[in-house]
Ligand binder design. Structure first.
Ligand code: MSP
Length: 528
C-alpha cells in the first residue's frame, strides 16, 4: 500500500474548554490536510485529547468528579467544536483509549528490556500543594519558597529515567543534516542552540502512584504510572499501530490491526509527514520525541511545523482574566468560514498573532463581504439578468492571470505558506473586481452592439468564480460549496488538480445567486 500523507496536531489537555489557540492549530492542520487531498494525496489527519496527568486529576477533583467521567464529558464538547469547525480529521485519539494504553505499555516494555531506562532516587524540595519538585530558581531572595507553594517538604523519590544524553550528538547531527526537519528555521536554530549549549538531562518517565494515580500503569513496576508527556507523545504512533501500519508494527513487534489484516497489513502512515504544534512544546517534539523514536528503532517524522501563539488585544489569552476568544460565539455570530478565514489570513504559520474584534470585523467587511462576496454575487447576478443564467462561449481574457495565480496558490499550499496562499487567491478576487469596474458590464448591457463583448466579460467572471471556489475549498469549504451550488455545478469543488481555466461550458445554466457574506454593518436597532 502506498504511503499516506500523515499529519497530526498536538493533543490538547482536557482540563477546560477549547479556546482560539487550540482551534487555530486544528484549523491550520485541517487546511493543510484539505489542500493535500485537493491536490490528489491520500491524507490521514489525526487530532485528539491528552487526558492523563496531574492537571486533569486536579481539575476533576475540583469538580467532585471521577477523572474518567470528567474526561468523557469534556471530550464530547471538544469533539463537537471540531465538528462545527468542519475539521476533516480521520481519527480522534484520547489517551484514555484502550488502544493507546496497549501501545504505551508495549513501548515501555520494549525500551526497558533493551536497557534505555534506569531507576534512580531523587532528593529535592517538593510542594504538595502544586504537586511538583521545586528548584533553587523557585526560591525568594531570602532563600524561602513563595507561599503559593504551600508546605514544602524535602523528599526522596525513586523514579525511572530515560537515557537521553547518549543521543545528544546524534540529534544535533540529524537536525543539522535535515534543515527542513524543524520549520520555521528560527525555531530550528533555537533548538540547535539549546542542544549545543548544555548536556541533556535524562528524562524522568514515571510518577509514583502514591502521589499521582491518573496515568498509564508502568508495566514493569506497579508502583508507578507513566509520565504524562511520554504517554502523550506516543499518541502519534498509537493510531498507526492500532490500524496495523507495517513500519510501526514491525518496530514494536506488535499488531493491533484486525486479525484479517495480518501482521502490519494496515495503511502505511509512519513516518508522519508533519507534526503541527505550538512554540511552547517544541522541546518535547524536537528533542524528547526524536530520541524516543530512535530508541524504538523508528524513523523520525519528516517535519515539525511550529506555529506561534495568539494573544487577544495584545494580552495573553487567559481564562482567569477573562481575556479569551470563544470560537463558538464567533461562529454563532459570523459563521464558521469567517472564523476559518480570519485566523489563516491574519497569522502566518510561525510568528505570534493578535486577535482584535475590530480587525476581525474589518477583514470580514472588506475581504469577505465587499471582496469575494460582492464579486461572486454581482458576477452571477449579471449573468442571470443579462443572459438568463446561460454561460456564453469561452473567452480567455483573464485566463493567463488566473492560471498564474492558481500555480502560485498551489505552490504556497505545498510549502505550508497558508497566508500567502490566501493572498494569491485574493489577488484574483481583486483583479476580477477591477475587471468588472473597467469593463462595466451594466453599461455594455444597455448597448445591443456590445452583446459579444458582454458575453466575453460574463464568461470571464463566471469562470473566475468557479476557479475561486476550488482554490478556496481548503480554507472556506462551506463558501466553496455555495459558489458551486450557485453555479449549478454538480461536481465537488474539492479537486484542485485540473482546476485551470476553461472548464465552464458554453450553454450551461447557472442557479440562483445569493449573498455569501451578509453585511453586518446595520445598526442592531434596525433589525427590530
Ligand atoms: N497536551 C499537551 C500537548 C501534547 S502533544 C503530544 C499540551 N496541551 S495544551 O492544551 O496546553 O496545548 C495544545 C496546543 O495548543 C499546543 O500546541 C499549544 O501550543 C497550543 N496553544 C495553546 N494556547 C495557544 C495560543 N494562545 N495560541 C496558539 N496556540 C496555543 O500542550
Amino acid at each position: 500500500m502506498s504511503k499516506s500523507y500523515y499529519i497530526t496536531t498536538a493533543i490538547d489537555y482536557v482540563n477546560g474548554q477549547p479556546h482560539l489557540g487550540h482551534a487555530y492549530e486544528k484549523l491550520i492542520t485541517d487546511v493543510i490536510s484539505r489542500a493535500r487531498r485537493s491536490l490528489g494525496d491520500d491524507v490521514f489527519f489525526l487530532t485528539g485529547l491528552d487526558e492523563h496527568g496531574q492537571k486533569v486529576q486536579q481539575a476533576a477533583a475540583a469538580e467532585g468528579k471521577g477523572a474518567q467521567a470528567y474526561c468523557d464529558e469534556l471530550a464530547a464538547s471538544w469533539k463537537a467544536l471540531w465538528v462545527r469547525l468542519q475539521l476533516t480529521n480521520n481519527d480522534f485519539i484520547r489517551t484514555t483509549d484502550v488502544r493507546h494504553k496497549s501501545v504505551v505499555q508495549a513501548i515501555l516494555t520494549k525500551l526497558h528490556r533493551e536497557g534505555h531506562f534506569y531507576p534512580e532516587e531523587h532528593q529535592g524540595f517538593y510542594s504538595t500543594r502544586q504537586e511538583t519538585f521545586l528548584t533553587d530558581k523557585d526560591r525568594l531572595p531570602d532563600g524561602s519558597f513563595d507561599p503559593i507553594y504551600g508546605e514544602v517538604v524535602e523528599l526522596v523519590e525513586e523514579n525511572y529515567y530515560f537515557r537521553l544524553r547518549e543521543h545528544q550528538q546524534w540529534l544535533i547531527d540529524y537536525i543539522e543534516a535535515n534543515p527542513e526537519f524543524i520549520y520555521p528555521s528560527y525555531r530550528r536554530n533555537e533548538i540547535l542552540g539549546f542542544l549545543r549549549s548544555q548536556p541533556l538531562e535524562d528524562l524522568c518517565i514515571t510518577r509514583p502512584k502514591a502521589r499521582l494515580e491518573w496515568g498509564i500503569p508502568v508495566p514493569f513496576d506497579d508502583k508507578f504510572v507513566t509520565y504524562v508527556w511520554f504517554d502523550a507523545l506516543v499518541n502519534y504512533l498509537t493510531v498507526p499501530a492500532a490500524l496495523g501500519d507495517p513500519v510501526v508494527s514491525a518496530a514494536l513487534g506488535v499488531n493491533f490491526g484486525s486479525p484479517q489484516d495480518g501482521v502490519g497489513g494496515g495503511p502505511s502512515l509512519w513516518p508522519a509527514d508533519a507534526h503541527v504544534i505550538g512554540k511552547d512544546i517544541i522541546k518535547f517534539h524536537a528533542v524528547f520525541w526524536p530520541i524516543m523514536l530512535k530508541a524504538m528503532g523508528l524513523p523520525l517524522p519528516k517535519q515539525i511545523l511550529v506555529h506561534g501563539w495568539w494573544q487577544k488585544d495584545g494580552q495573553k489569552i487567559s481564562k482567569s482574566t477573562g481575556n479569551i476568544v470563544d470560537p463558538v460565539a464567533v461562529i454563532d455570530e459570523w459563521g464558521v468560514d469567517a472564523f476559518r478565514f480570519y485566523v489563516t489570513r491574519e497569522l502566518d504559520l510561525g510568528p505570534d498573532g493578535n486577535w482584535t474584534d475590530a480587525g476581525f470585523q474589518a477583514r470580514y467587511a472588506s475581504e469577505l463581504a465587499n471582496g469575494l462576496g460582492n464579486l461572486v454575487n454581482r458576477s452571477l447576478s449579471m449573468l442571470k439578468r443579462y443572459r438568463n443564467g446561460v454561460v456564453p462561449s469561452r473567452s480567455d481574457e483573464l485566463a493567463p492571470e488566473a492560471n498564474r495565480l492558481i500555480a502560485e496558490t498551489i505552490s504556497n499550499l505545498r510549502a505550508y505558506r497558508l497566508q500567502s496562499a490566501l493572498q494569491s487567491i485574493w489577488s484574483l478576487v481583486t483583479r476580477a473586481n477591477q475587471y468588472v469596474d473597467q469593463t462595466a458590464p451594466f453599461k455594455l448591457a444597455k448597448d445591443p452592439t456590445q452583446a459579444a463583448r458582454l458575453d466575453e466579460v460574463l464568461y470571464n467572471l463566471a469562470e473566475t468564480c468557479r476557479i475561486l471556489a476550488v482554490l478556496l475549498w481548503p480554507f472556506l469549504p462551506g463558501t466553496s460549496g455555495k459558489i458551486f451550488a450557485q453555479l449549478e455545478l454538480k461536481e465537488d469543488s474539492s479537486r484542485m488538480i485540473g482546476v485551470e481555466w476553461g472548464h465552464l461550458k458554453h450553454g450551461h445554466v447557472i442557479g440562483e445567486p445569493a449573498p455569501l457574506f451578509p453585511r453586518k454593518d446595520q445598526p442592531k436597532a434596525e433589525s427590530k
